[in-house]
Ligand binder design. Structure first.
Ligand SMILES: [Zn+2]
Length: 415
């Protein structure tokens, strides 16, 4: 069976930098998945019709507050960041925008119509707007839902995860919710029916834990598990190989949310923010190390290569033959960065970029020299090698590719 094509889109209220992170992470999950999903992303603003949007207070109560602040999961976080307590509680007590499920699914339908998306392809809308269901008054504040058959639309509520799960990137619960909706869709069980009849009211660390509060999601994130009962249910309609492949993705999320991984080299690191400096005369992008409070100083050529490698996990091919295989695509992508930086003509930029690759051993111009220069400048701002490993360009000799092994979900922000 062919993979299900899934279009991930965002409402205007879910910002583009968070969307980019979800995109990078889902692309990584997709590379582990041989059978299930083919993701497509569209970063443009989708507008939720305001007629059904209203402000409401979310029911964040004393019980939840106490549970969050006393949670053993986050005790260490709150001990180290006492100032965050009030900030988090205040954020959770704020009114939220609410709208109906019907209105959210309408955004998907409009997108489908305007972009000529086939009926059988799934659309998932990411939105900070909270929800209630017009058709069923008992339903509100769901973390996501699928429309009933025969429509193939879904939404995921993206707001507040960072406050309920402090210290954990919200990319992970959001991606988890997307995967959950998709496997239920694939099983052909209606989502409301699934939630009402098949979920575990008390959390046991299974994808089907009902999780009344976002706080409770942490258990299933960190087990990445599907219990026996739910596995048997899924096997009625989904091939075991597909479920296996699906579990590899859950495993990847799990590994990202384990607390012990903080011992694996994430201490002392800094987020890298790629931002555009807005200057009408001379707009350009730059790389800022938030934790070290310093910009990485690079010339246009070096910056183009560095940005390219940050943006492309698979890296740049080393060696002339390999480069010529992929040169057109690589050169034109880098040239885009280069042209933006120097405001040069794209054709001229392509020519310059081509030269860096083809003039080997001509001091100053080839990719190895560019790599060394970048790494040298990184060394000036990050003396500790074990931390620098996160940001440096390395040559993977076995694959013969230049790469940056940065933890893109944890450390990279595109602004
Ligand atoms: Zn279960």
């Amino acid at each position: 069976m062919a993979k299900l094509t899934v279009h991930i889109i965002r409402a205007k209220d879910f910002n583009t930098s968070d969307f980019k992170k979800v995109e990078l992470f889902l692309k990584k999950l997709q590379s582990l998945d041989r059978h299930n999903f083919k993701f497509r992303f569209n970063d443009s603003d989708q507008i939720i019709n305001e007629k059904d949007v209203e402000k409401r207070a979310y029911n964040f109560n004393e019980y939840e507050e106490a549970k969050l602040l006393k949670s053993d999961y986050f005790k260490n976080y709150f001990d180290n960041h006492p100032e965050k307590k009030q900030e988090i509680i205040a954020a959770l007590k704020k009114d939220e925008n609410y709208t109906t499920w019907e209105n959210l699914f309408e955004v998907c339908n409009k997108y489908r119509y305007e972009n000529k998306i086939k009926h059988e392809e799934q659309i998932v809308l990411l939105t900070n707007t909270n929800n209630w269901c017009k058709a069923n008054k008992d339903i509100s504040d769901w973390f996501g839902a699928n429309s009933e058959n025969p429509d193939n639309n879904s939404f995921v509520h993206t707001n507040l995860w960072e406050f309920y799960l402090p210290g954990i990137e919200k990319t992970y619960p959001i991606s988890y919710m997307i995967l959950l909706l998709l496997i239920i869709k694939k099983s052909r069980i209606g989502y409301v029916k699934y939630a009402n009849t098949l979920t575990h009211k008390e959390s046991i660390g299974c994808i089907s834990d009902f999780t009344d509060s976002k706080l409770d999601v942490i258990l299933k994130l960190r087990t990445g598990d599907i219990c026996d009962k739910c596995l048997n249910e899924l096997l009625k309609t989904i091939n075991a190989a597909h479920i296996n492949s699906y579990c590899l993705m859950l495993d990847e999320i799990r590994s990202k949310t384990l607390f012990n991984r903080r011992a694996l080299g994430l201490y002392g690191t800094s987020k890298v923010i790629v931002q555009t400096i807005n200057d009408a005369e001379y707009p350009f992008r730059s790389v800022y190390f938030e934790g070290f409070k310093i910009y990485l100083e690079l010339n246009a050529r070096e910056l183009s290569v560095y940005l390219y490698l940050l943006n492309n996990e698979e890296g740049l091919p080393a060696g002339r033959e390999k480069i010529e295989d992929t040169s057109t695509k690589v050169i034109s992508e880098i040239a885009k960065f280069y042209a933006g930086q120097k405001m040069t003509d794209i054709k001229e930029a392509k020519e310059s970029v081509r030269n860096w690759f083809t003039i080997t051993n001509a001091g100053g111009n080839n990719i190895e020299v560019i790599k060394n220069k970048i790494n040298k400048n990184l060394k000036k701002i990050i003396p500790d090698q074990s931390i620098r490993n996160n940001y440096e360009i390395t040559l993977d000799i076995k694959e013969s590719f230049y790469k940056i092994n940065i933890d893109r979900e944890e450390l990279l922000i595109w602004n």
